[in-house]
Design a protein around this ligand. Structure first.
Ligand SMILES: *Cc1c(COP(=O)(O)O)cnc(C)c1O
Length: 433
């Protein structure tokens, strides 16, 4: 590298008045004065990361089992990412989709080869990828099936993003409150309940077909780490095939190897008509993608666009993440480390039956579920774990989510389990006071 990354970071931090030694402490008050309070933030500022660890402004080290919320696939400062980022920024970082972008073509080819969908289109986030999927499904319904008012069915407790269409698709009222009028054209069913879905489709399609698509997560992430059932999804696939309904799978959180297979839907023995990817795809560099079966590709020039979508920089990094997944055989690591983690968490559930209900998840997306009668909330455990040097993230008030980098080691999983054990002991001690 011609530029020392360390110098770059040091200089930019100096101008922000940050210090790793803690001599000029980061001011949360200053931050809050300028940044909207759209997040309830934990009171630490992270400054640096390497592998599975991050460091705060006091120089304190944390084992990172959040990974930017299931995003930093290769952990922090992975050499392959550092090299890709550095080379690409020095070569060409952004042009426009008015021209051919070879890196975009290369990433699209990788995704096509590793799914049975073709072609794809790129954007910058999960919500945007889902917007694209919703637009594609609506246009397909209009142009191929003559549906005047297409409806998309999604699941309760789902999460599909924060734009107006995707908060509407998200089957959780707390994300929709005060943002109405919501987008027309959505209906909801309870997850993993095939009878409810079949009844709703029959009702909606009773007079003329209206149901354009069913949009689901293979495993609900934000909604509490709830795995989908294979029989449920296989019946959805059947229903879609019979009726000409498109099956959209939101792979934003569970895709890119997170579950031990490249795509979450592989755990269910089905294939989607359309699927979306984001979070883990760029390993922390913003990128999203939407892919579909050739038969669903009804987009024409002018139908969909994004200024940044698929630029050389993001695609080069995305391709590096994909190639590193293969080169380092990370899917095997995800399976092994996932089993190790679930086994250890299971033991904690047995030790604390009144506090903990169960462990659920696939690969390296796992949820530790609290008993509904328990007095504590997931965030209490997350805070206690932070005190023990472990970063975790809630998935709703009753589930603690574990989503480490896919490169996580056996030793790191062991450390995390020990930290959770200590955190639980601390929470229980506080509770009994
Ligand atoms: C995070 C997430 C999204 C939204 O992605 P953004 O990049 O935040 O827009 C959509 N769907 C699922 C399943 C997610 O987990």
């Amino acid at each position: 590298m011609t530029v020392s990354l360390r110098t770059l970071v040091k200089n930019s931090l100096k101008s922000l008045n940050f210090s790793a030694s803690g001599s000029t402490a980061f001011s949360a008050a200053q931050f809050d004065a300028a940044v909207m309070s759209t997040y309830g933030r934990f009171p630490i500022a992270l400054m640096r990361g390497r592998g599975g660890y991050v460091w705060d402004d006091q120089g304190r080290r944390y084992l990172d089992f959040v990974a930017g919320i299931a995003t930093c696939t290769l952990g922090h400062a992975h050499p392959a990412m550092v090299e890709a980022v550095t080379q690409q920024i020095q070569t060409l970082h952004h042009v426009s989709n008015l021209y051919y972008v070879p890196e975009q073509g290369a990433l699209a080819h990788w995704l096509v080869e590793h799914s049975r969908c073709r072609p794809g289109v790129f954007c910058n986030s999960g919500a945007e990828a889902n917007e694209g999927a919703i637009k594609l499904a609506r246009k397909y319904a209009h142009t191929r099936r003559g549906i005047a008012n297409p409806l998309i069915i999604t699941a309760q407790a789902s999460f599909h993003g924060r734009t107006l269409a995707t908060i509407t698709a998200t089957g959780q009222p707390k994300y929709q409150k005060n943002f109405d009028p919501l987008m027309p054209g959505f209906a909801y069913v309870p997850y993993n309940d095939i009878a409810a879905l079949e009844t709703l489709v029959a009702e909606l399609d009773a007079e003329t077909p209206q149901v354009a698509a069913i949009m689901m997560e293979a495993l609900q992430g934000e909604g509490g780490v709830c795995p989908g059932e294979a029989t449920y999804f296989q019946k959805i696939r059947q229903l879609c095939d019979e009726k000409g309904i498109l099956l959209i799978l939101d792979e934003v959180q569970v895709g890119m190897g997170r579950t031990g297979t490249l795509w979450g839907y592989e755990n269910l023995g089905i294939e989607p008509d359309i699927f979306t990817s984001a979070k883990g795809l760029g390993g922390g560099i913003p990128i999203g993608a939407m892919l579909c079966k050739a038969t669903c590709d009804v987009f024409e020039p002018g139908d969909h666009a994004s200024t940044f979508g698929g630029n050389p920089f993001a695609c080069r990094v995305g391709l590096t993440v994909c190639e590193t997944l293969e080169a380092e055989n990370l899917l095997a690591n995800v399976k092994l480390r996932g089993e190790q983690l679930r086994f250890g968490l299971q033991r904690l559930v047995q030790q604390h039956p009144t506090l903990l209900e169960q462990v659920r998840g696939w690969g390296l997306i796992n949820g530790l579920v609290l008993q509904s009668e328990a007095q504590i909330k997931s965030v209490d455990i997350v805070k206690a774990a932070m005190d023990e040097g472990l970063l975790l993230v809630p998935a709703g008030p009753q589930v603690v989510r574990f989503v480490p980098p896919l490169t996580v080691s056996a030793d790191e999983v062991q450390q995390a389990l020990m930290a959770v054990e200590k955190a639980l002991a601390m929470v229980i001690k506080r509770q009994s006071k």
